[in-house]
Design a protein. Structure first.
Lengths: 287, 622
């Protein structure tokens, strides 16, 4: 029985390897946590995607998972966002955001929805908010025509997944920041989606096979269930073709991981190709 | 195996498309700005980050004052030696109160806001400002007090009407017990046996002409109410409870609403007087209630009280009139001996009270150190110090942060709480509409004397749901604001005051109901929602359609009213969980009873008991 399962797993692994060369699966971040400069978690956002990968909505929660509002999007024929609409717990509209461009800067105006024809809706911020690039991965935020804040985007590696956004004041001091993960707070992270059959763990070693179309950077990250990056046990530039990814499960300083569930993600050139939830307890003691 | 292979292939094909989403399109720079600004974090032209100092607590050595700054979401540490802010600690939500342990090493900061009312106690390292723990408590948590042995912390869950008991070694809430209605402030007896709780507004039906807020004593061992003290008729807005230095007496500042007579004038507390109740803590009885106004001068909205340690002075911050009253405590108790009801004696304070005009706007918090009173104002970015022993009682001002110009909305909020809009400063808008919501009482408005007294209305959504008043005789809030200031405060509002109040009213937002579970409808409320919208079964949506939950029309809901038995303006039921008693004469304090009035809810007989409960759950979740 055990051997049969092993055979199936091996078969699966090969199939996955071949398919992953052509059709790499990617899980975009599903959660963004916002913190103040003292590290207090203020709120988090869960992003929803349709089956074509388009971000179609988001839900906002306070940091204790209290629902605050959800937002849906409207795009024009060219796929460009024109409007977002926010709803409360009762699915009643509570506000909307209009998208436009001013002096070539993407611009938003956020309104309260008063739902009365004879009233005007209030601009929540008193004026439009726009942004423009100011160097690599850095943006100036304009409010009422003046630069009021800056946003700095940090990626795990060049061209790869988004890791953090810092909100800076005009002297570049961090005021707030956002981190990203694929874990969903209100539901458990997806389990055994693709990689599970091919993720082989023996003692504290793990072995995976990937099939690469071209020379690529392969990276394995281990996150805790809160979506915090725990360790990066593998990161290498690998040639095209079937490649073996082997790594030891443990912290970079040689210590063992705490006994609990983790999310393991494999990315190729920054695109997440597989994600799995695993219990990684007592690694190194013969599991 | 073939099927599995096909499935995996299909999944991966879709996965490729999935990979195309650009992180920048999902999280453009404007998104973070929007999220943080709507959350009250980043400043905007419309929403500057005001401090709004709301509560102060002393360190045990009295060298530091911890100031909870509500809208800035921070605690400032003010050094008494340098008269300056030496540190600021950021909080995850708006701080509402602070308790300090006897070693001065830990602060217990209650946090909650109208955006995110689920309360928490942040256990803060007083040296570093690091939040070591967050302990969940109830809705709109505030007024934390420590037990004398510092093993337990008690918290008022204001809009939920409960008290949380928190075991500090276990860092969790162990018990949540009912108070009476809107417990806003609390003290603990010196022996730690009883919590003394000020319930902000009266409970019960408003047709009861003896309505008044109650003070309750809750046993810390059983969690049960051991004594209820109903204050004098019409008492409400009990903003604080403070003990005398020996712990024998509790002082409670409050208003007395003269709600059973027509508001023809304001002098001598004809509509509202401003008072202080004195409770004997050991005997758990009301010792007396004293008038703190003069015959022709009101001192609107007494908010906080502090006694000097030597028992010489009682200081009262009048949030409506920007005055600090200083009462000679020994003289007060001497005069109270053998004195009957002092709640209407406008000469009682003669010779024993002095007043200091403060430079700060809406003083709401006081602490005393020696003979000095330290006072902060909700609409000011400074702290003022008054030396009570000095010959000249002039406050000295120290900045907490640079002042910021007030937006129209903020100005409106300030005018709402400003007795300078009122003849002889007897009352403010806040007096009848605490925090813009009803005081629970029935009033006879001065221009509607030949009608039944009407239950005070919530100002929430008044701008969006014209006409106003129960009879709908004002076409909109614009008119009501000006008529209200003119007829009830007896002054002519300036254009600036009117426009600011308009803006403030327009921007009022509902507070999420304590019935919501993590911000969402409970299972029962979801079932109730289905019933609510089922027009075949019940016709709620005919008069209370979403999203405003009023059809903006006059309807006869079957409420008996001998004087004007007719249709009344349909109120929005958003925040109905908070705004009882219900109907235009406040004759029902439970939504269940209000719905069962014949002629009110059509088709109610079609509902089972559980369906009816679900419906109520939904309505009280809005």
């Amino acid at each position: 029985m055990r051997n049969n399962r092993h055979k199936i797993n091996l078969k699966m692994l090969l199939i996955l390897g071949v398919f992953s060369a052509t059709f790499s699966y990617s899980v975009p971040f599903t959660r963004m946590d916002l913190f103040d400069k003292s590290g207090n978690n203020l709120l988090f956002v869960e992003f929803q995607y349709d089956n074509t990968g388009k971000n179609i909505g988001r839900s906002i929660y306070a940091s204790d998972s209290t629902f605050l509002r959800r937002t849906t999007f409207t795009n024009d024929a060219a796929g460009k966002r024109t409007r977002e609409q926010s709803f409360n717990f009762n699915d009643d509209t509570i506000g909307y955001t209009l998208f436009s461009s001013q002096n070539d800067k993407p611009t938003i105006n956020v309104f309260d929805q008063l739902s009365l024809d004879h009233q005007f809706d209030f601009n929540q911020f008193g004026a439009s908010v726009s942004y423009a690039s100011n160097g690599t991965n850095t943006f100036d935020i304009y409010h009422n025509g003046k630069v009021v804040y800056k946003m700095k985007y940090t990626y795990l590696s060049e061209g790869s997944e988004l890791n953090r956004i810092d909100v800076l004041d005009n002297s570049n001091a961090v005021l707030y920041y956002a981190t990203f993960s694929s874990s969903v707070h209100t539901a458990k992270p997806s389990v055994d989606r693709i990689l599970q059959p091919s993720l082989k763990i023996f003692r504290d070693r793990c072995h995976m096979i990937v099939s690469l179309q071209k020379k690529s950077q392969v990276r394995v990250c281990i996150y805790n269930l809160s979506g915090k990056l725990v360790t990066v046990p593998f990161q290498e530039n690998m040639k095209a073709g079937l490649q073996s990814v082997q790594f030891r499960i443990g912290l970079s300083d040689g210590r063992k991981l705490a006994n609990t569930l983790y999310i393991i993600r494999l990315s190729v050139d920054g695109q997440i190709t597989a994600s799995s939830q695993k219990y990684l307890g007592n690694m190194g003691r013969g599991q | 195996m073939k099927e599995l292979t096909f499935f995996v292939a299909l999944f991966l094909i879709f996965g490729q498309i999935y990979a195309d989403d650009d992180p920048l399109s999902t999280t453009p720079p404007s998104l973070l700005f929007e999220l943080l600004a709507l959350n009250g974090d980043l400043e905007t032209a419309q929403r500057p980050k005001y401090l709004s100092p709301t509560s102060m607590t002393l360190s045990p050595d009295k060298e530091l004052i911890y100031i909870a700054e509500q809208t800035a979401k921070q605690v400032d540490v003010f050094s008494v030696a340098t008269n300056s802010v030496i540190k600021s600690f950021l909080m995850p939500n708006e701080p509402t109160g602070i308790a300090v342990d006897s070693s001065g090493s830990r602060l217990y900061v209650t946090c909650a806001s109208e955006r995110w009312p689920n309360g928490m106690v942040c256990v803060v390292n007083a040296a570093s400002g690091t939040i070591e723990n967050r302990i969940s408590v109830g809705h709109m948590a505030r007024s934390p007090v420590l037990s004398p042995d510092e093993k337990n912390l008690y918290v008022c869950n204001w809009l939920e009407g409960t008290i949380s008991f928190v075991n500090l070694s276990a860092t969790r809430e162990t018990q949540r017990v009912p108070a009476i209605r809107e417990p806003y402030s609390m003290a603990i007896s010196k022996n730690g046996n009883s919590l003394i709780i000020a319930n902000l507004i009266p409970d019960g039906v408003a047709t009861d002409t003896t309505m008044a807020s109650k003070i309750c004593f809750i046993s810390t061992s059983t969690g049960k109410i051991e004594k209820e003290i109903k204050l004098y008729k019409g008492s409400h807005s009990t903003m604080s409870v403070r003990l005398s230095p020996d712990g024998k007496y509790a002082f409670i500042p409050h208003l007395i609403a003269n709600f059973t007579q027509v508001g023809g004038t304001l002098d001598q507390g004809w509509v509202h007087s401003n008072n202080m109740s004195i409770i004997d803590v050991e005997k758990q009885v009301l010792l007396n209630d004293v008038e703190i106004d003069y015959t022709s001068q009101g001192f609107a909205n007494p908010w906080d009280i502090a006694c000097t340690d030597d028992g010489k002075w009682i200081c009262i911050a009048h949030a409506g009139y920007d005055i600090l009253s200083i009462i000679d405590m020994p003289a007060l108790f001497t005069k109270l001996v053998g004195k009957g009801d002092a709640s209407r004696d406008y000469t009682f304070m003669n010779g024993m009270k002095k007043e200091v005009r403060m430079g700060i706007r809406s003083p709401r918090s006081i602490v005393t150190i020696g003979s000095k009173a330290y006072v902060t104002g909700f609409f000011s970015h400074s702290l003022e110090v008054v030396d009570l022993s000095a010959a000249s009682l002039t406050p000295t001002k120290y900045a907490l942060a640079p002042e910021k110009p007030l937006t129209m909305e903020r100005k409106g909020e300030s005018f709402f709480c400003d007795a300078k809009l009122s003849f002889n400063q007897w009352q403010t808008c806040q007096s009848c509409h605490p925090f813009t919501r009803p005081d629970g009482l029935n009033w006879i408005l001065s221009d509607a004397v030949n009608a039944a007294s009407k239950n005070a209305k919530s100002m929430l959504l008044s701008w969006q749901t014209p006409p106003t008043n129960w009879t709908g005789r004002r076409i909109n809030t614009f008119e009501s604001i000006r008529a209200g200031v003119s007829l009830e405060l007896r002054t002519d509002p300036s254009a600036e005051a009117g426009l600011s109040l308009d803006t403030f009213f327009m921007r009022l937002k509902p507070v999420p109901s304590p019935k919501l579970v993590k911000g969402k409808l409970s299972e029962s409320a979801k079932r109730g929602r289905t019933i609510y919208y089922d027009s075949e079964k019940l016709n709620c949506i005919r008069c209370h359609p979403a999203p405003l939950f009023t059809n903006l029309k006059a309807e006869n809901a079957g409420i008996l009213d001998d004087l004007d038995n007719s249709a009344f303006d349909t109120p929005s039921i958003i925040e109905a969980w908070r705004t009882g008693p219900y109907d235009h004469i406040g004759s029902h304090d439970k939504m269940e009873d209000c719905l069962k009035v014949p002629g009110h809810a059509e088709g109610l007989d079609n509902l089972s008991d559980s369906e009816f409960k679900d419906l109520i759950e939904y309505v009280l979740s809005l």
